[in-house]
Design a protein around this ligand. Structure first.
Ligand SMILES: Nc1ncnc2c1ncn2[C@@H]1O[C@H](COP(=O)(O)OP(=O)(O)O)[C@@H](O)[C@H]1O
Ligand SMILES: [Mg+2]
Length: 497
């Protein structure tokens, strides 16, 4: 297969820090090339060099074997590079068509619309060109991002952690789409830290660790254990660790109802209780009340029926701020949307929940020095990497480190109830295991932990008890240890009536 783009001996520094050192990376036509590495390994930086966003400090780029010094992203687009960034770059208020036009300036609208429809059909989905981009579900926004670069003539398609924001079944559909692009002759780069995506859906694998290429290999020569060892430099295998002391019930719900949005059913009479020192996992297919449950628990939405109890008090109407004062810690599913403000600094992000909980004085006179000092300590304790100053924008942190920052912040003060919604989604193996450790530690210190996750492996690994959520209520309840099959059966059998 011919080489569409080669990066030769690329080094890229930020200040004195080398994010990439002497990296070789080749992208071939007709191939899906998986780029693997832990959070912060340099994957996005390398791809930002490939798409002309960053100029390398050392090293060269060659298109079809000819050296080229890219002047910027526009030139890269002209040379056929299409980059779909980790955080989408759509204009939410614009229509689908206008977003595609914006990326393809100076071309007739009719031609663009026609091409967009053709690609959509070939990729096997329906496309409403007039829909507002911001109103589309995440998976469709992502398809739009891909479509946008294809219409611009991309022959080298780079997807930066495309499945981090997708549910498992959406991820699978995307893998099929990527394969069809390669079959059509495109050179595809799949940036990921999920082993199975690289092993099952790529032709070639490059592993980055701390800015250096550790291996270039193929799926045939790898298995999960070997690949993990390459990625993290050691083997990480998590084992279930059941709770040793389960106490009194701490949080419970009676017949809670909350209508869903976006065509989902919501909660339709949910009953459950979580005890101190227990991890209660909610398993289930996405869209069966998970988001609504998270909103009710975190105090973002008040239920339309039923009651929520905490330590003997009716807290149904309490808002998020009161919940924090009661010792609730919330790890939301979308950490950029609800967890962190990407434009403000690390220390200020950190201070937010402390201010809400009344730890740093009043709103008008926040004790910033103390918040900063606490932030510094917690960032060390929780091993948040990539923080070079307390004022650095949170948006510059890699996904795993952003998640660790949210957790460090949420676990300040006394934690009595933890809500964790897909806490390891988008994290690499090591960061995911670290998050799981924190949840177990909170439990072992006597907190009631509620875990909502579509990742059944995560549920089975962590939970002391498991409730299967279906159509907005419990379709079954199990005490660990329990098998995948038993839970799977409860998910399915309930759906029949
Ligand atoms: N614009 C930037 N300024 C300073 N540091 C950066 C910038 N972009 C990335 N980094 C740092 O470079 C390292 C690699 O980051 P990145 O390429 O985003 O990793 P990955 O995509 O593999 O998670 C990290 O330590 C990150 O904090
Ligand atoms: Mg990245």
């Amino acid at each position: 297969m011919s080489e569409a783009l080669a990066l030769n001996a690329v080094t890229k520094r930020f200040g004195g820090f080398a994010a990439l050192e002497d990296v070789d990376f080749r992208i071939r036509r007709g191939e899906v090339h998986a780029l693997l590495g832990e959070n912060g390994a340099g994957k996005s930086t390398l791809m930002n060099v490939a798409c002309g966003l960053y100029a390398p400090d050392e090293g060269t780029l060659a298109f079809d074997g000819a050296p080229v010094a890219l002047s910027g992203t526009r030139e890269a687009v002209d040379r056929g590079v299409g980059m779909v960034h980790q955080h989408f770059k759509l204009v939410p208020a614009f229509s689908v068509l206008d977003n595609i036009k914006l990326f393809n300036p100076g071309r007739p609208t009719a031609e663009i619309a026609e091409q967009a429809r053709t690609f959509a059909t070939r990729m096997g989905f329906e496309l409403d060109l007039n829909a507002r981009a911001g109103a589309l579900p995440v998976a469709e926004q992502q398809r739009l991002e891909i479509l946008k670069v294809l219409v611009a003539g991309a022959k080298i398609v780079i997807l930066d952690e495309p499945t981090a924001v997708l549910a498992p079944q959406e991820g699978l559909a995307l893998m099929e789409l990527i394969r069809s692009l390669a079959d059509d002759g495109a050179a595809v780069v799949l940036v990921t830290h999920k082993l199975h995506e690289a092993l099952n859906h790529s032709d070639r694998i490059t592993v980055l660790r701390q800015g250096r290429v550790i291996a270039e290999t193929t799926p045939e020569r790898m298995d999960p254990a070997r690949l993990t060892t390459l990625i993290v430099g050691e083997q990480i295998v998590e084992q279930p660790q059941p709770s040793e002391t389960i106490g009194e019930r701490l949080l419970w719900m009676n017949n809670v109802e909350l209508p869903g949005t976006a065509g989902r059913k919501g909660l339709t009479g949910l009953d459950f209780e979580v005890r101190a020192g227990e991890i209660y996992g909610f398993a289930g297919v996405a869209g069966n009340g998970q988001s609504e449950l998270a909103d009710v628990l975190s105090g973002l939405a008040a239920p339309t029926g039923g009651t929520v109890w905490y330590d003997g008090h009716n807290i149904t109407r309490n808002d998020a701020r009161q919940r924090r004062r009661d010792g609730f810690a919330v790890i939301p599913v979308d950490r950029y949307r609800y967890g962190l403000a990407s434009r403000i600094g690390v220390a200020d992000n950190f201070a937010v929940s402390g201010v809400l909980a009344g730890r740093y004085g009043s709103w008008l006179r926040v004790d910033r020095a103390r918040a900063r000092a606490d932030a510094k300590t917690a960032i060390g304790d929780f091993d948040v990497q990539g923080v070079r100053s307390m004022g650095q924008r949170a948006g510059l942190l890699s996904g795993g480190n952003a998640q660790k920052l949210v957790i460090a912040r949420e676990f300040q003060g006394e934690t009595r109830v933890v809500l964790a919604h897909s806490p390891s989604r988008g994290l690499d193996v090591r960061a995911g295991a670290a998050v799981h450790d924190r949840l177990r530690e909170a439990r072992d210190a006597g907190a009631a932990v509620i875990l909502i996750s579509e990742d059944l492996d995560e549920i089975l690994l962590l939970s002391d008890r498991i409730g299967v959520l279906s159509d907005g209520r419990l379709a079954g309840e199990f005490t660990a240890p329990v098998t995948r099959a038993e839970i799977g059966e409860a998910m399915v059998s309930h759906g029949d009536h």
